[in-house]
Design a protein around this ligand. Structure first.
Ligand SMILES: NC(=O)c1ccc[n+]([C@@H]2O[C@H](COP(=O)([O-])OP(=O)(O)OC[C@H]3O[C@@H](n4cnc5c(N)ncnc54)[C@H](OP(=O)(O)O)[C@@H]3O)[C@@H](O)[C@H]2O)c1
Length: 325
């Protein structure tokens, strides 16, 4: 396993981490015994960074991680969790008030809840689960998190980007508010290369890359007729003609890769690992086989510059009207 420096916190984190959403729920049926085996195997393989959230199965993912780490040397594994904003639109609208979505009493209760579910007395990295740039001029919630940090409840402070406006965090990075950011970066979504990665590198902010497989289509195993079980969020993510369009695009990616990488999941992870600003890539993992396949990529040679350059042409700005289809 290879390790990289996690921004100004200076941690040495495995360059592949454990994305722990699916083990909490939201991706169809989950089996705790299988999830615990996956977590154990990840630690055996040298993974020392796990990303979770209160929202992943209403604490289930955090509790499984707490159970896995019980009795183990905690300072050897970094756990990042997230607090969602109080009820309201997701991502927050520009009209949402920060003191209503992330009030001090709410955040205080929520930190206690994660401490309990993770079974620890200090959270390594506390992330706000989403944000809106409307709060940049007055990011009060971050001052509240700094208080928690001073009181030894949390070690680092991060935010996970709002999907529709990832660059919303650039200003906060530049102003020194954040120890880390969590971003979507993959062969389709390359926007962070513009501003966010350079800003994070310049200000020594740790970068956690999520959704390297674009919720599994870049793992190359979906087809136009794939179906998802009840309770799997991909039913919504790939609703309507989105599955067909995404599968078509993934096939074009596969064409470009040719025989230069062993398979699509390897290529997708290597692409996400390529920017120097990236500290760790956290594929979603829910069984031992996925843990073994994904952590093995850490020790493979990096993707060639020429293949990375060619894959840039597959960037897909889905949310922009005339580039969308
Ligand atoms: N807003 C946020 O902050 C936010 C949002 C999304 C995700 N995240 C974090 O980022 C992590 C990663 O994102 P994600 O889980 O949403 O999506 P992802 O990593 O793009 O895709 C995960 C899915 O890819 C498939 N997969 C994993 N390894 C594979 C392999 N080696 N070969 C083939 N398929 C493989 C699995 O699907 P199957 O289970 O069907 O096999 C898995 O559930 C999450 O677990 C979570 O920690 C954060």
């Amino acid at each position: 396993m290879q390790y990289r420096k996690f921004g100004r916190l200076g941690w040495n984190v495995s360059d592949i981490g454990f994305g722990a959403w699916a083990i909490g729920g939201g991706w169809g049926p989950t089996d705790d015994a299988q999830s615990l085996s996956a977590l154990d195997r990840a630690l055996d393989l040298g993974c020392n960074f796990i990303d979770t959230a209160q929202g992943y199965g209403d604490g289930r993912s955090e509790r499984l991680i707490g159970q896995t780490l019980r009795g183990k040397k905690r300072d050897k594994v970094y756990v990042a969790t997230k607090i969602p904003p109080a009820a309201g639109p997701w991502p927050p609208s520009p009209y949402c008030r920060i003191d209503q979505r992330y009030s001090e009493s709410y955040l205080t209760d929520r930190v206690e809840r994660s401490l309990r579910d993770l079974g620890t007395d200090c959270i390594d990295l506390l992330q706000l689960h989403t944000w809106t740039r409307a709060w940049n001029k007055n990011p009060d919630a971050l001052n509240i998190l700094r208080k928690f940090q001073k009181h030894g409840k949390i070690r680092g402070i991060g935010i996970s980007t709002p999907e529709d406006d990832q660059d919303a965090l650039v200003q906060l990075i530049r102003e020194g508010w954040l120890d880390s950011v969590q971003v979507i970066y993959n062969i389709f979504e390359q926007q962070p290369q513009g501003e966010l990665f350079p800003a994070a590198k310049e200000h020594a902010v740790g970068v956690i890359v999520r959704c390297a497989f674009d919720e599994s289509v870049l793992a190359g195993k979906l087809t136009e007729v794939s179906t998802f079980p009840e309770g799997d969020f991909r039913r919504r993510y790939f609703a309507g003609d989105r599955l067909e369009r995404a599968v078509r695009r993934a096939a074009a990616v596969r064409e470009t890769i040719g025989d230069r990488e062993p398979d699509m999941p390897t290529a997708a992870l290597k692409f996400a690992l390529k920017p120097a600003a990236v500290s760790t890539v956290i594929p979603g993992i829910r069984n031992v086989a996925q843990a073994e396949a994904n952590f093995a990529v850490s020790d493979l040679p990096a993707m060639s510059d020429s293949l990375e350059a060619e894959l840039r042409s597959h960037a897909w700005r889905r949310y922009f009207w005339y580039a969308g289809k």
